[in-house]
Design a protein around this ligand. Sequence first.
Ligand SMILES: N[C@@H](CCC(=O)N[C@@H](CS)C(=O)NCC(=O)O)C(=O)O
Length: 210
Amino acid sequence: MTLYELAPTPSARRVNIFLAELGVSVDRVNVDIRGGENLTDEFKAISINGRIPVLKLDDGQTLCESVAICRYFDELLKPVNSLFGNSPIEKANVEMWQRICELQGLFIGFQAFRNITKIYEDRENCIEAWGEESKQRLIDFLPTLETQLSQHEYIAGNTFSIADITAYVMVSFIQHLDITPAPDQLHLQRWQQQIEQRVAVQSVNAGTNT
Ligand SMILES: N[C@@H](CCC(=O)N[C@@H](CS)C(=O)NCC(=O)O)C(=O)O
């Protein structure tokens, strides 16, 4: 199978951290998204959302959406400790926090970055005021994570999960918007350092994952 991606992008990082945590190696193909390679008919034929990452299976089927790709590997390999949770309540908490971190965090971060920097103005209408509003919403969201992490070791409870990967990728990405945890968000800072010490995360950050 082949993963179409661009390693430094947040969505590719989500999948790559997940795969590194599982110890899975895949063949990778870089897609020049800034140059618009993902806008071609050839790429759109393999990616329903027209974006990276995309996983192409050996039988030719393709999957886009980073969490769907992670879910595929989780179902395929059935690890003893699933990053999607194990017991019913764990799975529900992971799903809940995963959606909160994606919808109120990472997605809003994308909106802020894309509309402020106008990086993709060749393909979308950029509205700076929406970017600034999104940036403020992100700043307002961080206390939710701080409170949760003051009560739990990880985002969805006491076990590392895919929700931590989404939240970590988000917190790393928003540095590009000059947003970092506030000095009094000590639990968020503790958690960020803890995630950064994970072998899988270090390998992806260093570009040595396979
Ligand atoms: N919800 C999607 C988001 C994918 C996404 O936005 N990918 C970005 C890179 S992080 C992309 O391909 N951007 C190119 C473009 O918007 O043209 C996922 O999780 O896979």
